[in-house]
Write a protein that binds this ligand. Structure first.
Ligand code: 48H
Length: 256
């Protein structure tokens, strides 16, 4: 016999236990795209307590769709090791270019992130930051369903030693900081805005632009180029992976 109410009770109890384990963490990540998940994976591998909040039901961000929905991504030599480590099958497409199945890459990155010990909560959006003594020290979160329905429901918050904005093109957390908190660590103090496509430059700058953009807040992935005014790069994903890894390395240096 299956008791419907036991199912309800166990879901509620397990979620409550899981969620309360992440009220205070080492690192909180906004966005479970490739950059956010890779950052979380490397941080968790180094025994840091990491939580990722993803607005959508499925983690993976813009990687599922490959290029124009052809479900293939390209990575370059420098980044292929990150996919090899998690057993993503790569085809050498041409000298220095490797192709992978985007569905395989997405699902294996997600699995590796969870297996490393990071926690991904889906259907939760980051809608603001926590700030104390001019340092960002957490996220303000709400159910995505509340956001989508436009309901007036106050959010909850979680505390983190460091936060990462990995929300992709929209750079949502940095936009909030620009609007409500203060000057970003950019030439103008504001978001410089993403530029038109040039994969050669975009892939290089996305790694260079992965840094602390406000005390306590790092920016990674496509958001880094949007914030620092660098080009997009199309469906080559090596830069996203390297950016996530760099964000983790920089934060690990601070956390010790
Ligand atoms: C919770 C949020 C919020 C929020 C957004 O877009 P992503 O895949 O981001 P990256 O940087 O890991 O990868 C970028 C890549 O996918 C891409 O777009 C490229 C390479 N473009 C090149 C080009 O030329 O177009 O993932 C971001 C994730 C998504 O899953 C969002 O749903 C999520 O963040 N998200 N989650 N709270 N406020 N905002």
């Amino acid at each position: 016999m299956i008791d419907d109410i036991i199912v309800t009770k166990k879901i509620f109890e397990r979620f409550s236990k899981d969620f309360s384990n992440y009220f205070e963490v080492d690192v909180a990540v906004a966005g479970a795209g490739p950059a956010g998940m890779i950052a979380a994976k490397y941080l968790a591998k180094h025994d840091k307590k990491v939580v990722v909040f993803e607005r959508k039901l499925s983690p993976g961000g813009g990687m599922w769709g490959g290029g124009m929905t052809f479900p293939i991504i390209i990575v370059q030599e420098e980044s292929k090791k990150i996919l090899e480590e998690i057993n993503v099958k790569l085809d050498k497409a041409e000298e220095g270019y490797y192709s992978a199945d985007s569905v395989e890459a997405c699902s294996k990155i997600c699995t590796a992130t969870i297996d490393a010990g990071a926690k991904i909560f889906n259907a939760i959006s980051v809608e603001d930051v926590l700030i104390r003594n001019n340092k960002i020290n957490g996220f303000v979160i709400n159910w995505s369903a509340v956001e989508i329905a436009g309901l007036h429901v106050d959010p909850l918050s979680i505390r983190a030693k460091y936060c990462i904005d990995a929300t992709g093109h929209a750079a949502e957390v940095c936009k909030i900081v620009q609007k409500k908190v203060g000057r970003l660590n950019t030439p103008s103090g504001k978001i410089e805005e993403e530029k038109s496509m040039c994969a050669e430059i975009g892939e290089k700058t996305v790694v260079e632009n992965t840094r602390e953009v406000y005390p306590g807040l790092f920016v990674a992935g496509m958001a880094a180029n949007a914030v620092y005014g660098a080009p997009r790069m199309g469906p080559i994903f090596g830069g996203m992976l390297l950016s996530g890894k760099k964000a983790a390395e920089e934060i690990l240096k601070r956390l010790g």
